[in-house]
Design a protein around this ligand. Structure first.
Ligand SMILES: [Zn+2]
Length: 55
């Protein structure tokens, strides 16, 4: 099986759920409140909020 490439996360601030890339090249922000959800590291993202599941 291929490794998962996306994560479903939930914004701690506004509870919005969205799918984010596991290895982003730039910060990922909540689409609703613009809270930073994940930061790039060059590898797997540093997730700054709650991960619900892999996609
Ligand atoms: Zn939010």
């Amino acid at each position: 099986m291929m490794a998962s490439k996306f994560l479903r996360v939930k914004c701690r601030k506004c509870k919005n759920e969205q799918v984010v890339f596991e290895r982003p090249s730039s910060s990922i922000k909540c689409l609703v409140c613009e809270e930073v959800l994940a930061e790039p590291t060059g590898g797997k993202a540093k997730i700054k909020t709650d991960v619900i599941s892999k996609v």
